[in-house]
Write a protein that binds this ligand. Sequence first.
Ligand SMILES: *[C@@H]1O[C@H](CO)[C@@H](O)[C@H](O)[C@H]1NC(C)=O
Ligand SMILES: *[C@@H]1O[C@H](CO)[C@@H](O)[C@H](O)[C@H]1NC(C)=O
Length: 377
Amino acid sequence: MLGLTLGLLSSAFWPITTGDRRFRVLRKLMELLDYELQKSMISKRRPPLKRGKVSQRLPVPDHIPQPPYVGSQVLPEISSNHQIHDSEGITRMRAACQLAAQVLENAGSLVRPSVTTNEIDKAVHQMIIDAGAYPSPLGYGGFPKSVCTSVNECMCHGIPDSRQLQDGDIINIDVTVYLNGYHGDTSKTFICGNVNNSVNRLVKVTEECMYKGISACEDGALFRKIGKRISDYAEKFGYGVVDRFVGHGIGTIFHSEPLIFHHRNDKAGRMVEGQTFTIEPILTLRPTECITWEDNWTTVTANGCPAAQFEHTILITRTGAEILTNRASVEFQESMVIGLPAIENVMWIGSSCHRAKRAAMGASFTTKLRYSLAVDW
Ligand SMILES: *[C@@H]1O[C@H](CO)[C@@H](O)[C@H](O)[C@H]1NC(C)=O
Ligand SMILES: *[C@@H]1O[C@H](CO)[C@@H](O)[C@H](O)[C@H]1NC(C)=O
């Protein structure tokens, strides 16, 4: 923009000859502008993420049931038990996932410059225990906090700390709750203040990739279709899909098989009706290599480029997938799924494609959630 303006100035509006006094003035002016431009670009270059101060672990009231891993510092093994639910299990999954979605939405509304990730953690912790649920990350393999907050080049598993969010940051908030013996898991990348176009696009395309992955799901479909759809789409925009982190089965167990690969792969295995798992792609600029900090959690891109992630927990149905962590009360925006081919096959809760169905389901979900919150625990 600035370059174009200078070009116009010098050629069209200010005809000049070498040695002309006006030329020297202009050159001085251009040098000054160039210097100012460079200075502003340098000052805009974000310093690398650093560890802040991590506060004391927050207490959970005794009456709230805890998942079995709490108290052990050891990272639990990925369970080989595929979690396929009966109707009672599905009801409980819906309730846990709806709570996770509500908490995530509320947490996202706190994102603004100067808020610390520790403050977000405190709010998330309080919302979850107020609902009678346990914040699943707290004490998982020794994880010290109730939510993961991953800022800028942190691709996942960021630990909430004293760092204040800055104008231009992006932050993924990853919420998992344990309610009535079931985990619901969802995450979203939020924008803090003014974020430049290239980062905005990364965030938008990552969300679209998640929906591309979900659109591959139905009873009998190959798991590897998920990775293909996501990679095909990400590559169109020149992004890389991180292969180090995977989605996972979820239910009574936080992390189980099937492992969901978001990158292109040739793994065997098909989806089964009644099965619940997460789809949670992370995208960044290539190469997608990462570095894990000494805390054994915080994982950042090796090249320092920002990374974005979105996650839903889904339920496989006969004809598609139900997004359990969609907010029933939020209007689903079709703009998020530009060019999505198989939308008819997917039971989008909140989709205007299924307005009537959504209205019916939305109502019953809310009732079920209220029921679960009020009666089951
Ligand atoms: C946008 O912001 C990101 C992160 O701060 C930075 O890496 C990138 O160079 C910026 N892009 C432009 C075009 O300014
Ligand atoms: C990280 O993991 C290594 C290897 O398992 C272990 O020795 C170290 O104590 C861990 N660090 C922290 C902060 O837990």
